[in-house]
Design a protein around this ligand. Structure first.
Ligand code: 5GP
Ligand code: ZN
Length: 109
């Protein structure tokens, strides 16, 4: 979709810090992180809400989230996915937040 921010990121028209990319999936760091290492995992298919995206374009997402958790070495984290304004969705391209929750010793989160 031409005007979509995340489609522009997929096409490389807007810069991003990519941390994973495959044929159907892209993960990159969130520009406004809620915690160190906060990333977004998106299908390379434009759909505003989860039910707009065919299963084949979502199949890899959880696997990628697991790989990011292992790669980041985080034990505690949230996977969040918002649909619609009332549910706090701001960007209308399906995305899964991967939000590490650092332990208290690290002083964040
Ligand atoms: P939502 O509230 O829609 O679930 O979350 C949208 C997320 O996208 C927010 O955490 C916001 O910081 C992030 N975001 C919005 N625009 C950009 C951008 O241009 N680049 C990156 N990397 N993240 C963005
Ligand atoms: Zn899009």
């Amino acid at each position: 979709m031409a005007a979509c921010i995340f489609c522009k990121i997929i096409r490389g028209e807007i810069p991003s810090m990519k941390i994973f990319e495959s044929e159907k999936t892209l993960a990159f760091l969130d520009i406004g992180p809620l915690a160190k290492g906060h990333s977004l995992i998106i299908p390379k298919f434009h759909g505003a809400k989860l039910h707009d995206v065919p299963d084949e374009h979502l199949a890899e997402i959880i696997s990628v989230a697991k790989r990011i958790a292992v790669a980041q070495g985080v034990e505690d984290y949230n996977i969040l996915q918002n649909n619609g304004r009332i549910a706090h969705q701001v960007v209308d391209h399906v995305h899964f937040h991967m939000i590490p929750k650092p332990n208290e010793k690290e002083g964040l989160g």
